[in-house]
Write a protein that binds this ligand. Sequence first.
Ligand code: ACO
Length: 335
Amino acid sequence: MTQALTGIQFTGVGKSLPQRVLTNDQLATVVETSDEWIHSRTGIRERRVLGPTENLLDLALAASEQALCQAGLTALDLDLVILATSTPEDLFGSASRVAARLGAVRAVAFDLTAACTGFVFAVGTAAQFLRTGCYRTALVVAADGLTRWLDWQDRNTCVLFGDGAGAMVLEACPVDQLLGLELRSDGRGADMLTLPTTGETVALMADLAVRNQQYAPIYMNGRDVYRFAVREVPVVIEKALHRAQLRSDQVDCYVLHQANQRILDAVAERLQVPPDRFATTLDRYANTSAASVPITLCEGWESGQIRSGSVLVMAGFGAGLTWGALVCRWGRVSP
Ligand code: ACO
């Protein structure tokens, strides 16, 4: 008798970053700041930035190809592609272009926006399609180019962000490796962190006016976002661990959204876990929004910090407000 494939396994991860490096010292020539301030407050030393003619979808494609290669699959195996992004190249969505360029001609593809929690929300969404038996193989790719939406004179925000993409392959499997999942949102805190529309009224005719719209640069109340993250992220991780019936000390590696090293350290302290159990790429890549979790996961895999069979917590938090955590066992289940 064949077993029902109602579980999920995590079989591949990939990442791609722009070539150009922008260091804190270089930034200090653009805006009044210093390497000392940025590093001591955030843990960031440098970030990668897309050049004016570079395309975010090239990064999404490269990360996806690496994840598929590691999973031992081709694009033709994919049933589902979800692109987690707040900065698509086209406001109507970019996932179908990524799928087309990959050659994932059988897959249905769509964008999902949940700011810096986008990757965790997208994994949670893909998991539902796999668990119901609707699809067997999914690619979640997260890509953001937030440096394109910054006011480079606003030192409260422009020092924090970088660009990048990360991807992960999920496959249906009889033994479920997604051990716990908790997702949250609260629009009452939406004004803390926004990339809002701005616009002007255009009189089309005497009695009919419309609005012409663009987007304003990112606005963030850093202190309030910091307090929210330190308060809520440990709680959502504990809930996901409770669902997984695991304690915080049974997790091999925590892969959290990379916003601030002080947030990672505070969450580690609240969970009573040594800080070195928390993977970090903040120093080199800064906050790459939805992409930060899979980029950090990929580096953890490449460095050997994460191995096949490792128990992982992935958690995101950010605009919306949105936040969430998942607990999983990494790698392909032996047949
Ligand atoms: N360089 C030098 N000085 C600065 C800079 C800078 N880049 N930025 C702010 N300052 C100054 C401020 O003007 C202020 O000066 P003042 O005391 O004279 O007014 C002083 O430094 C302290 O400013 P704070 O905002 O209190 O600094 P804080 O220690 O809170 O750190 C930070 C700010 C790093 C933004 C922190 O609040 C933080 O990390 N918040 C969370 C951000 C986050 O998690 N975002 C995640 C989501 S992102 C997303 O979803 C897209």
